[in-house]
Structures are given as structure tokens and as C-alpha cells.
Design a protein around this ligand. Sequence first.
Ligand code: SAH
Length: 345
Amino acid sequence: MTIKKDIRALTKDQLRDFFVQQGDQAFRGNQVYEWLWSKSAHKFEDMTNLSLETRALLEDNFVINHIRVDVMQRSSDGTIKNAVRLHDDLIVESVLIPTSKRTTACVSSQVGCSLDCKFCATARLKRMRNLNPDEIYDQVVAIDNESRLYFNRPLSNIVFMGMGEPLMNYNNVLKAIDKITSDEGLAMSPKRITVSTSGVPKMIKKMADDGVKFKLAVSLHSAIDEVRTSIMPFNATFPLKDLREALEYWYLKTRDRITYEYVVWEGINDTKKDVEALIQFCKFAPSKVNLIEYNPIDDGDFKQASSKAIDMYIAMLEANRITVTVRRSRGKDIDAACGQLANKA
Ligand code: SAH
């Protein structure tokens, strides 16, 4: 038996070529492409403006490896978490976060994660594989549909803050974003998309060279190498000096403000020295620090710092004209908050 190809791995030109080879018109490729992407068709039989023969031809040659939302959970705060089943039965999670002004999709880029952040539940899963561009795109479409259904409005923002390290699956993430922002996909502005990374210096430079238009967020958590390596061990391979150099390169090319994600933990990074290091680290470019609330993943070593420590961070950052926001967690009751995605549903 020949293994049928995933039709959505084909570009529009390849689809057009396929039909020409079959003695049909290239235009047929455009029609199928539109069904696959703008109309999110899950089955060939849904492509109603194609003849029965054309649909059978597609059926004989291809599959549509669509994702399936297996379980949908709703939090008391409105947050929705989808457990998404992939064609090979692996599962990833994505989250819809509604606020009064926006609805944000938090999507996954890998099954599991190859990084080993000590405070993150996804890290315990290890990396099983990268997601394909269409698997990333499908998560967004699923959330857009839920947003329209439950909140009467389309999705407004996307953050790559679900499972996985997006810059370790850069090509597929880029292809997915191309589709999300194209007129044939969701026509979303790249300015409404944020890619969050633990900081892979080489890839940050590549992004700058590629002239990407989406936003960058860096999960910093500490600006002191020794501390950062103790909680994010890969920092030993990509030390802060290299990260900072890559970010300077990014800023020179994009002139775009850099956002840092930062959790303050008791006894780990809650002293004045930690804030001073953060201020020094941020100085080279306009920066924003998002102080994220810690979401406990077990009864382990990490504990959210006191509000006194958080207030010290806010006061010192503001005194240095660094924008600071405190981000409250959403969806905690359904394990949908940052760092809690671990396929527990
Ligand atoms: N790998 C990417 C994106 C996924 S994590 C990255 O590291 O940026 C999204 C954000 O959640 C990161 O800032 C991450 O550090 C943070 N995070 C992970 N575990 C967390 C936890 N238990 N509580 C709060 N934030 C957490």
C-alpha cells in the first residue's frame, strides 16, 4: 500500500502542478488550496464545488491530517483549554484566553519540549516531535472558531507560549505564521502575534535577518548566569552574554521593543541584586518586563515571591523607566496557565 501524502504539505504551486499532471487545469489547484486553508475543510467530500471524480482523485492520492479537539475544558474565568489530538495520536494543548478587550490564543509548537526549565510542567514530557505548520495553524483556527462561538468575536492575538520552544521548530513556526497572516489564511496582522522563546541566540539573529514582523518575548527569569542556569539549565550552553548580544542585534535590525517574561520566586531571584542585574540587562533597548505569576506545578522547590518583593521589582524598574506589567494567571483551575500544559486532561 502506498502511503498517501498529507495534502497540506503541498504549496499552491505544487497543487496546481498536480492537476496539470492529471490532465486537469492548474486552476483546480487554487480551488483545492482555498478549501484547505481559507475554508478549513476537513474532508475531500466537503469540497462541494469540485466534481465527484476530482474528489475521488484527491481521496486516492492524499489525506488531510487535520487535528481534532479531543477535550475542551472551560475555566471559571472563561479560559478554554483544548487537548488537541494529532494524526499520530500524540496530544498537545492550546488555550483561549478572553479578556474584555481581546481574545488570545496560546498555541503549542512542539509535542513536549527539549528544554529543561525546572519550573515548567511541559519540560517533564521531553520533546517527542515538532509540530507541522498545518498542526500549528489548525490550533489557531480551532480557537478562532471557539472565540466566535463563545465570545461572539474573532481571535485578536496569538502567543506562542504553549508547549515547546518555538525557535527550536523555527521553520515550521514561520510557515504557520505566514499562513495565519496571509489573505488565504486568517489575514491576521503579524503585530498581533508574539513568539516567546527561552532565548536561542543564533535563532534570534536569524529572525532579525529574516525581517520577521511579529513580536518577540524572551523568558528571562534571571539576569544572573548562575541563577538562570540553576533554573534553566540550557543557559549553560547559551549564556546571558550571547543572549544579550543576539537581542542587541535584533533591536538594531527591528527597532522593536523587547518584552521579557519574568517570574519572581522566593529565595531564588527576589533580592535587590536580582533586580539590579535585570535593569542592567535591559538597558540597551526599550524594554518591557512582564512579571508573571508563578503557577505551581507540584509541591516542589518553587514558591511565588512575596508581594513585597514584587513591589520592589516594580518600583526599581519604573525608576529606571522600564515598563513593567504584572500578569495575573488565567485558567489555573484547569491547568491551562503558563507552564502547566502537560496533557493531564
Ligand atoms: N518555550 C517558550 C514558550 C513556552 S513557555 C519560552 O520559554 O518562552 C511560556 C512562558 O511560561 C515562559 O515565559 C515560561 O518561562 C513561563 N512558565 C513556564 N512554567 C511556568 C510556571 N510554572 N509558572 C509561570 N510561568 C511559567
